[in-house]
Design a protein around this ligand. Structure first.
Ligand SMILES: *[C@@H]1O[C@H](CO)[C@@H](O)[C@H](O)[C@H]1NC(C)=O
Ligand SMILES: *[C@@H]1O[C@H](CO)[C@@H](O)[C@H](O)[C@H]1NC(C)=O
Ligand SMILES: *[C@@H]1O[C@H](CO)[C@@H](O)[C@H](O)[C@H]1NC(C)=O
Ligand SMILES: *[C@@H]1O[C@H](CO)[C@@H](O)[C@H](O)[C@H]1NC(C)=O
Ligand SMILES: *[C@@H]1O[C@H](CO)[C@@H](O)[C@H](O)[C@H]1NC(C)=O
Ligand SMILES: *[C@@H]1O[C@H](CO)[C@@H](O)[C@H](O)[C@H]1NC(C)=O
Ligand SMILES: *[C@@H]1O[C@H](CO)[C@@H](O)[C@H](O)[C@H]1NC(C)=O
Ligand SMILES: *[C@@H]1O[C@H](CO)[C@@H](O)[C@H](O)[C@H]1NC(C)=O
Ligand SMILES: *[C@@H]1O[C@H](CO)[C@@H](O)[C@H](O)[C@H]1NC(C)=O
Ligand SMILES: *[C@@H]1O[C@H](CO)[C@@H](O)[C@H](O)[C@H]1NC(C)=O
Ligand SMILES: *[C@@H]1O[C@H](CO)[C@@H](O)[C@H](O)[C@H]1NC(C)=O
Ligand SMILES: CC(=O)N[C@H]1CO[C@H](CO)[C@@H](O)[C@@H]1O
Length: 558
């Protein structure tokens, strides 16, 4: 009969032990997540004090002042909990600092407390304004740095040779600053130190003022390099064919504005490239056969714009890069017929060339096409009917300044997603297709300088986003009349009807109704006289966004 008592006692003992365990666990938790070290906390606060918050210092729309919440007192006193600060879970040392896009403005000098944070592995100060500071040679103190991003942050001057002390660097991003001087010295240091230097995977020095002549082979010695960006500096890249070392397998390469003069032959062996940009390099003549056999499976984004290319050494029905999403051949001297990109293409730009012939019907096989820019060429013939059907995927169609003739296809369907239609400066005739009213996202319509023979297209008044409508220099005629509803052309800012055969009274009712035009923020600059429209497309390649700028200067009815 003693067993129930015994049972209860055992249960109570168990509960007692359990609560003891909880107490121990609770009292031991602080040592599992150590507090930040006083000296590092102090250094961070000093860094905060040495800079000011200035909203013009960052351009990212999601920027905010991360350091504003840094405080020593109260519950948030532990610097490991501060915004942008990362501590090591065991030692409590500050090992990461991400103050990108934090509205920081001011100078970083050699006694900056930043250089007390010697345990840092990751440092991101990008998109701030460091007031043209040079990188102090004390950067050598941060010898554990693995990842350093100082892009878009108004640094200048030469890169100190002590950068060569950061032997653990894997990622170095210094683009969009005002760095000058010759590139190599500090990087050569990095190379010469030991084989450990060969860690570097990403090197981004684009958009600075580095000058002089650089041997590309020197940089290709970083054998783990995956991403190399040197575009738009003030330097010439030399490539000599004598490399005897194993080449890195690059995924991203931008060498725009580097005075290459020819396709660098090391690209022959590059079969992993996804993103390649060789804009503005004085590349002349035919695109070589071997180049068309490079990275054929991987390449997604290729830009050869602003060169002197005339065609392809080997002709193709369809360009051979199967997974190409974006192709830019603009501003070259390409002759003969329109090169056809593979079906995966999303953005295709080939404006400002000397292409002739018609748009072949195979263009209709490009099922994902979102942007097509064939402007300023000698293309002719009728527009394929399917261009209208394409409008369910396409958002920009630019055929400006060619010799297209015949009617504009009347096939814009109900899912039409076009935002920009520019068919100006051609020989198109007939009427403005009524089915354009299906394109409810349309913002810009330019049909200037064609032979269109129609009346005023009041039916376009239903388009809720139409901002620019340019119909000048056509055979438009008749009376413009009055708006039939009071919501016609609700967003219109620029309308150009000049050089047509309209007659009757000036359409004063329309003028009164076009209230969007009166939304001029600054009368001194009369911005409604000028349309400057930027399109950010959603196409993402290696986190880069592509911005297309269309601009026109037009005058409202002469
Ligand atoms: C903010 O920064 C801009 C430069 O980015 C500078 O011209 C301006 O004077 C700064 N304002 C203050 C209050 O520091
Ligand atoms: C920015 O640099 C200028 C020139 O070196 C200096 O006069 C000014 O005090 C600096 N501003 C800040 C906020 O550090
Ligand atoms: C750094 O040194 C300068 C003098 O060289 C001094 O004016 C400044 O206050 C110092 N800054 C810090 C954060 O100690
Ligand atoms: C560099 O780090 C050492 C500690 O390793 C420190 O004593 C020194 O003050 C640091 N230098 C600067 C400029 O912060
Ligand atoms: C800044 O650097 C950190 C650490 O390297 C990274 O996680 C973060 O994504 C970077 N921020 C931006 C905006 O690139
Ligand atoms: C470096 O900073 C820039 C600007 O914040 C950002 O766009 C880029 O993704 C960053 N790079 C890395 C590797 O974090
Ligand atoms: C930096 O590198 C130089 C030589 O490249 C070396 O003499 C020096 O000791 C290094 N300094 C530190 C702090 O590692
Ligand atoms: C560009 O480099 C040349 C010499 O190669 C130099 O004379 C010139 O000042 C540099 N321009 C800029 C803006 O750095
Ligand atoms: C390769 O050629 C360049 C210039 O033509 C020269 O500077 C370099 O020393 C050569 N490298 C080798 C390994 O021969
Ligand atoms: C194309 O490249 C592959 C390897 O990537 C190679 O085997 C083939 O011979 C090359 N063909 C031509 C015509 O260069
Ligand atoms: C809009 O598209 C549909 C087909 O999707 C078509 O039947 C209709 O006629 C078009 N609307 C206009 C105004 O043409
Ligand atoms: C805001 C405005 O001016 N609305 C006018 C638009 O046009 C119709 C028809 O002419 C007028 O009745 C509205 O007053």
């Amino acid at each position: 009969m003693a067993s129930p008592v015994c049972f209860l006692t055992m249960r109570m003992l168990f509960l007692f032990l359990l609560s003891l365990f909880h107490l121990r666990a609770a009292s031991s938790s602080p040592s599992m997540q150590p507090l930040c070290h006083d000296d590092e906390s102090h250094a961070l606060l000093q860094l905060k004090e040495s800079l000011v918050i200035n909203e013009s210092a960052s351009s990212d729309p999601s920027a905010y002042p991360k350091v504003a919440s840094w405080k020593v007192d109260g519950e948030s006193g532990d610097c490991c909990s501060w915004d942008g600060v990362e501590c090591d879970g065991d030692s409590g040392h500050v090992i990461g600092l991400d103050l990108s896009s934090s509205f920081l403005y001011g100078s970083i000098d050699s006694n900056s407390s930043l250089f007390h944070l010697v345990q840092l592995k990751r440092l991101n100060l990008s998109d701030n304004d460091f007031n043209n500071s040079e990188i102090p040679s004390e950067i050598r103190n941060l010898s554990r740095l693995f990842d350093l991003n100082l892009s878009y942050s108004s640094f200048s001057g030469v890169i100190p040779s002590s950068l060569g002390n950061l032997t653990k660097l894997n990622y170095l991003h210094l683009s969009y600053n005002s760095f000058s001087g010759k590139i190599p010295p500090s990087l050569v240091n990095l190379l010469q130190l030991t084989d450990l230097l060969q860690n570097l995977e990403e090197l981004d020095l684009a958009y600075n003022f580095f000058s002089g002549t650089v041997e590309l082979n020197l940089l290709l010695k970083f054998r783990n390099l995956v991403s190399l960006q040197l575009s738009f500096n003030n330097m010439s890249l030399l490539y000599s064919h004598n490399a005897t070392f194993p080449q890195p397998k690059l995924v991203l390469l931008t060498l725009s504005g580097c005075h290459l003069g020819e396709f660098p032959s090391f690209l022959r062996d590059q079969n992993h490239l996804e993103f390649l940009e060789l804009v503005d390099n004085e590349l002349v003549g035919h695109i070589p056969k071997w180049f068309m056999n490079m990275s054929t499976i991987t390449l997604q984004d290729l830009s050869l714009a602003d060169n002197l290319l005339t065609g392809f050494e080997q002709s193709f029905d369809v360009l051979p890069w199967n997974n190409l999403r974006s192709l830019d051949l603009s501003r070259n001297k390409l002759k003969r017929s329109l090169p056809i990109p593979p079906p995966a293409i999303y953005e295709y730009e080939v404006s400002n060339n000397e292409l002739n012939g018609e748009i072949p019907d195979v263009i209709c096989n490009l099922a994902s096409l979102s942007l097509l820019d064939l402007s300023i060429n000698n293309l002719s013939g009728k527009l394929p009917q399917c261009l209208g059907n394409k409008s369910s995927t396409a958002s920009v169609l630019n055929l400006r300044s060619n010799s297209f003739s015949g009617d504009i296809p009347e096939t814009f369907t109900s899912g039409c997603s076009l935002r920009v239609v520019d068919f100006s400066q051609n020989k198109l005739e007939g009427k403005i297709p009524k089915s354009l009213a299906n394109c409810t996202k349309l913002e810009i319509l330019n049909l200037e300088q064609n032979n269109i023979n129609d009346v005023f297209p009041s039916w376009l008044g239903v388009l809720p986003h139409l901002r620019v409508m340019i119909l000048r220099s056509n055979g438009l005629h008749g009376v413009i009349g009055n708006p039939k509803t009071n919501i016609e052309f609700p967003r219109l800012q620029i309308v150009d009807l000049s050089n047509n055969s309209f007659k009757g009274k000036l359409p004063l009712e329309y003028f009164r109704n076009w209230t969007a035009m009166k939304n001029v923020r600054n009368y001194e600059h009369l911005i409604y006289m000028q349309a400057n429209t930027s399109f950010k497309t959603s196409h993402i390649t290696m986190n880069d966004e592509i911005t297309l700028i269309f601009s026109w200067m037009v005058c409202v009815i002469y």
